[in-house]
Design a protein around this ligand. Structure first.
Ligand code: IPE
Ligand code: IPE
Ligand code: MG
Length: 243
């Protein structure tokens, strides 16, 4: 068997909560509750394998289109989940942070997110990043606005500013500034699309799609994804000398 290569950063599109519930004749929210319960076990499995970062897509900028009851239930669930974030981070020596536009979230949820980031900033075994009200196009748009308003560019004329806008500068003004790009992206539930997730950061990621629904995704499936990743020849546009 090929040697196992552990990705440093895995991005996950956790999809299929609704279908998981539907199959059991349960309300969609029951799928979301079950799915939320799966976050910590998957993080633990990832950490045990030596993965350092996991970014999970929890709520997209497009998810506001869902019925108000579902959006409210998701926001409530997030709030409840983060109410125990101290325990979650301590148990796993895990740093937790967030990407996405917080301005549309309630002040209570925002405060909890801020507190979680501050509380966990010195935990070093593992990094969990939750994408909440996240959309990649929105992130890039906000990133450009940040560049335009960046005080360190205040005295630049337009030509000087244009010189300064490099790939590194753009990356530094995204929500993911300081986080290495994902090596592997996993999507559950059989869909094979990005749904506006990390378009910039996934430029050279490998992709693993599984029909397994998110509430059923576990260590076995994560191991399968990493085994698949290990077989990939990442050329980054170059060529490899023949072995
Ligand atoms: C993913 O599950 C969770 C969120 C998008 C919040 P879905 O709710 O999209 O589940 P399906 O795709 O309807 O099965
Ligand atoms: C993507 O799942 C967003 C999250 C997992 C949070 P969706 O279920 O919302 O995506 P589409 O509608 O299938 O593209
Ligand atoms: Mg879905």
């Amino acid at each position: 068997m090929a040697e196992i290569v552990i990705p440093r950063h895995v991005a996950i599109i956790l999809d299929g909560n609704g279908r998981w519930a539907k199959k059991r004749f349960l309300p969609r929210n029951a799928g979301h509750v079950k799915g939320a319960g799966n976050v910590e076990p998957v993080c633990r499995a990832a950490k045990d394998m030596g993965i350092k970062y996991v970014t999970m897509y929890v709520f997209s900028t497009e998810n506001w289109k869902r019925p108000k009851e579902e959006v409210d239930a998701l926001m409530d669930l997030l709030y409840k989940y983060l109410s125990d974030s101290e325990g979650l981070c301590k148990r796993n020596n895990m740093r937790m942070s967030f990407i996405g536009d917080r301005s549309a979230l309630t002040p209570e949820l925002r405060e909890l997110m801020r507190h979680t980031e501050e509380f966990s900033k010195d935990f070093t075994d593992f990094n969990l990043i939750l994408a909440i009200n996240y959309g990649s196009r929105d992130e890039i748009t906000r990133g450009f606005k940040r560049i335009i308003l960046d005080p360190s560019f205040e005295n630049c004329n337009r030509e000087e500013l244009a010189e300064k806008v490099t790939e590194a500068c753009i990356a530094d003004h995204l929500d993911t500034a300081g986080i290495p790009d994902p090596d592997l992206c996993i999507r559950t539930s059989g869909e094979q699309r990005l749904s506006n997730y990390l378009l910039w950061q996934l430029a050279y990621a490998e992709f693993f799609f599984t029909p397994v629904l998110w509430p059923d995704f576990g260590k076995k499936e994560l191991t399968e994804a990493v085994e698949y990743y290990s077989t990939r020849d990442r050329r980054f546009g170059g060529i490899k000398e023949s072995k």
